[in-house]
Design a protein around this ligand. Sequence first.
Ligand SMILES: [Zn+2]
Length: 260
Amino acid sequence: MGALPPFAFATLPAVSGQDEAGGRRHPVRLRPAARRVTLAGMRLIPLFAILAAGSLSAEPQLCDNRLFTVEAGDAGLRRQICEQSDSALTVLADCGLPKPDPVRVRVVEAFETDCVGLFHCGVGLIEVLAPEPMTERQADFAIFAEIPPRDFQASILMHEVAHAVLEKTPCPDRNCLVTEEYFAYMLQILSLPDADRDRLSTMLQGKGVDHGAYLNEFILLMAPEKFILHAWAHLSSRPDPCAHLRRIAAGDLSFDQDDN
Ligand SMILES: [Zn+2]
């Protein structure tokens, strides 16, 4: 769209917490987090609760890009995720954003929580649902319901890769939840094919609305779809969206500081 590069978009809200390695975690959920717990409650989730309920036994495969290693039981799925990782790197490069450090991508059949994807800071690990359960979950989130499943799955990986990119960006505040999710969702949207991204754009209403006013923790957790749509409207209206994202990656822009 407009000044944006010719790539796409995509996922869902996430919350920060501590994972088994002591790093922050960034799950992508398909439902408003408030249905389950409050933000404060999320911090009380036992560490073991975020571990995948069942990962697919896997022969790790190093992708040709030498940055991603995929753990999945099916060779075709490993190849597919490697291709998705290539696409994610292209999205980052097209926006002048840095690559993440090496990442393992582990395909799981279920999460203990209602996540579809999860990034574990500090250990370079992304977990994503296998295609079939992820497709079942896709319908939970109305604004993504019509996206072809393969595009949706790729966008979830993009979302988590975006978190990996931000891993080394300093967070001077209590947390950087809003900034991190803005960044991850916007890259997710940018990773979608034009038709899918344009479909989201048509959902935006209310010209003259201060979209930045919706970019806060309350909206993110209570009405994640609203957060995503307003974030997309906000980014789309920037003179140079990629420069905007680069400022976030550089630590020069934080929505958690009301610096939007
Ligand atoms: Zn996220």
